[in-house]
Design a protein around this ligand. Structure first.
Ligand SMILES: [Fe+2]
Ligand SMILES: [Fe+2]
Length: 376
């Protein structure tokens, strides 16, 4: 569903104590290497527990094979975990599973695992596991990111901001973005715990200064608050006329001193990148032509997906284009006004085929309105 030019990591954790415990498995794409790693890490020992924090196939593809190899393993989940297991897989594991409740603990020797339910972060069965002796949170998809790991497994061991943050944001906003309230509820639930390390199911591990760093990002993303001022201009264009108006507006914004202007062609860039930047910045301009008496469909689906993800608190400006009948601007206005706390900035412009010089003043007015609203 998502382009992964930098790859993605599927994380699974093994605790070697008096009892052994595996926390989640991985995607089918890497089963062979994964099972080899488990055999190596167990070094001849039996596997006592398999904790399923998240029953999505990118983390569950190897449960059946683990059960075949370690038939006495106890599988830990909640009632929904097992319901989903039965929907995806055919193996009967009724003799293997232990259903746990909120706050229940399992002792492995010197480590103790405590379970907290985290519904809809990102599926209804999700739970997180807190290891009490070291303060390690196994956070399921929360605090995950796109981007494969290259040697360094901790986020503090590399230039996270330059190389990985964009992919962490693209992961969160597109995959968990809709469930901001549930992420906030989980934060509240965990607020009393001492957390020294966060181990998610995708991407780097968090410890030290990087814990408040990623918590701050997650807090903004899950409250739908922009990280910084800036304008994302997303456009669709048939013959370059809408594109031309957007480029002219982008330059006018820059001339007024606005920084961080991002221009995207919705026909060329995968929506996940545009959505991620719209979560990042304070302002957005949508510009698209009428197509078949409707809004040009890639723009239509971009705005619909933003609504599904519950994006709110953004300042939005609109440009439509049409030759004989106008629908794009009307549709965009309707869709934006149905979203929460989205303020329309400036007077929307409805271009007729191409932006003539005598209408450049409208573009200047729009640039002024966006500039003035940057300080609010
Ligand atoms: Fe997931
Ligand atoms: Fe995942």
């Amino acid at each position: 569903m998502f382009p992964l030019p930098n790859g993605v990591a599927y994380n699974s954790y093994l605790i070697n104590d008096e009892k052994t415990a595996l926390l989640d498995t991985v995607d089918a794409a890497i089963s062979a290497e994964y099972l080899e790693n488990i055999t190596h890490a167990l070094n001849g020992r039996q596997l006592d527990y398999l904790v399923i924090n998240h029953m999505e196939p990118d983390h569950c593809a190897n449960i059946e094979e683990i059960l075949r190899r370690y038939p006495s393993v106890k599988v830990i989940g909640n009632p929904k975990t097992f319901q989903f297991f039965r929907q995806y897989y055919t193996m009967d594991m009724s003799d293997n599973y232990i259903e746990v409740k909120e706050g229940q603990e399992i002792c492995l020797g010197s480590h103790t695992l405590r379970f907290y339910m985290a519904p809809m972060v990102h599926w209804p069965e999700v739970m997180v596991t807190y290891e009490t002796s070291k303060g390690i949170l196994f956070s399921a998809d929360a605090f995950g990111a796109f981007g494969a790991i290259s040697g360094n497994i901790f986020a503090d061991e590399l230039e996270y901001d330059s190389y990985f943050l964009d992919e962490a944001r693209r992961y969160y906003t597109n995959i968990v973005g809709r469930y901001g309230n549930q992420v906030q509820a989980l934060f509240k639930k965990l607020s009393g715990l001492e957390i020294n390390m966060i181990c998610g199911l995708h991407g780097h591990l968090w410890r030290g200064d990087m814990i408040p760093y990623i918590m701050d990002k997650y807090d903004k993303w899950s409250k739908y608050l922009p990280e910084k001022k800036g304008v994302v201009l997303a456009y669709g264009s048939m013959y370059g006329n809408t594109e031309n108006a957007v480029n002219a507006l982008a330059v006018k914004l820059a001339q007024r001193g606005i920084k961080d202007i991002r221009v995207y062609d919705v026909s060329k860039t995968h929506p996940s990148y545009i959505i991620s930047d719209i979560f990042k910045y304070s302002h957005v301009v949508f510009a698209a032509p009428t197509y078949n008496m409707n809004l040009y469909f890639p723009m239509d689906s971009l705005i619909r997906e933003l609504a599904v993800l519950n994006i709110s608190n953004r300042k939005v400006s609109l440009i439509g284009n049409h030759t004989w009948a106008s629908a794009a601007l009307k549709n965009m206005t309707e869709m934006i006004s149905n979203m929460k706390n989205m303020e329309i900035v400036g007077t929307p412009i409805d271009i007729k085929s191409s932006l003539r010089e005598d209408r450049e003043g409208e573009l200047d007015n729009l640039a002024d309105a966006i500039y003035e609203s940057m300080d609010d």
